[in-house]
Write a protein that binds this ligand. Structure first.
Ligand code: UDP
Ligand code: MG
Length: 323
């Protein structure tokens, strides 16, 4: 079994040599073949120089260097593209994750899990602007997506190759990979990992990340539940809104016919018209989204299902196997 370590980094020159040493030590006596994929996300310090030195001496090391800073998610996506291992492990370059946990992750993968995530049980970050928002976000994401994890934000995670090769990442979606991948049907597990405070360099994120995580969650939830049937969300809202408007209108009409209540000057009339309008809009958006869903899946040859294995039979014409 081959294992690819994917390490996204931005301006971590002081951490790189220490990290490399720790990684070598941590994987030294494991019986797997390893490759280290460092993705330099447009660093402006000496990070690339450090990596170049390391790469010259060690053939297991691959360095992918971005033209500019594209973000941690993009860096991970590049790492996944270059990874050739059967299992891919992501780890931060700032030494906050402990390379010694790699062995534990791999043992869990060996038990048959597709995704194994780290839980920074004793997290060494500030409480108010880091751990508290994170606790709330993790609860929310677990509840919304049904993939129950205590620590989505921990970069230290292990994935089977099939998982990362089937997940397309945009924006800052890397933390959601377990949730996104749950759409293809995965077995996942969480293990407690060591966490350390940052010694060199500084964190690249602030409190504003929390809001972006909430917005991303909205996207993930929508794609997970409705990407192949958007009309069920929009159409549902449309029917409720339109139906309500129609009923209110009908009521007012009846009142005018049978009780002589004039309807032209009633605020309720505006509400009825508004609701019917919104209803029509929602249903139209739903229909457009249905067309988009077809374009999305068919133009990329993206399957609407993922198969674990097939026993017997021949490959279908133009069929998908999820790979
Ligand atoms: N990182 C990156 N690109 C960015 C921001 C961060 O590659 O645009 C890397 C960073 O170098 C580190 C990891 O992502 O290896 C996690 O970042 P950081 O430690 O700043 O996040 P925190 O631990 O504070 O959540
Ligand atoms: Mg960090």
């Amino acid at each position: 079994m081959k294992v690819s370590l994917v390490i996204p980094l931005l301006n971590e020159e002081q951490n790189i040599p220490v990290l490399y040493d720790e990684l070598c030590q941590a994987v030294g006596n494991l019986e797997y073949e390893f490759e280290f994929i460092f993705v330099d996300d447009g660093s402006k310090d000496g990070s690339l120089a450090r990596l170049t030195e390391i790469q010259k001496k060690d053939t297991r090391v691959v360095v992918v260097s971005f033209r500019r800073n594209f973000g941690q998610t993009a860096a991970m996506a590049a790492g996944f593209d270059y990874a050739t291992g059967d299992v891919i492990i992501t780890i931060d370059a700032d030494l906050q994750n402990d390379p010694r946990d790699i062995a534990k992750l791999l043992a869990k993968v060996r038990e048959g899990y597709d995704v194994v995530t780290g839980w920074r049980f004793d997290r060494k970050d500030a409480f108010i602007n880091r751990r508290l928002p994170s606790i709330i976000a993790n609860r929310l994401i677990s509840f919304t997506t049904g993939v129950k994890l205590h620590d989505y934000g921990c970069t230290l995670k292990a994935f089977r190759k099939e998982v990362v090769k089937n997940v397309r990442l945009y924006g800052e979606m890397h933390r959601f990979i377990p949730a996104i991948a749950s759409g293809m049907g995965i077995e996942y597990a969480e293990i407690v990992v060591n966490h350390r405070s940052r010694r060199f360099g500084k964190s690249k994120y602030g409190i504003s990340r929390t809001l972006r995580v909430i917005l991303d969650l909205l996207t993930v939830k929508f794609l997970l539940s409705f990407s192949t049937r958007p009309i069920h969300v929009f159409g549902f809202l449309g029917l409720i809104s339109g139906g309500l408007g129609f009923l209110i209108g009908l009521l007012m009409l009846a009142q005018r016919q049978f009780f002589n209540v004039p309807m032209g000057d009633r605020p309720l009339l505006f509400l009825a018209v508004l609701l019917i309008f919104i209803g029509v809009q929602f249903i139209s958006i739903g229909l457009l989204a249905e067309m988009q869903a077809r374009i999305y899946h068919e133009s990329q040859n993206k399957p609407v299902y993922y198969i674990r294995k097939v026993l017997g039979g021949a490959a279908p014409d133009g069929g998908h196997n999820g790979g």
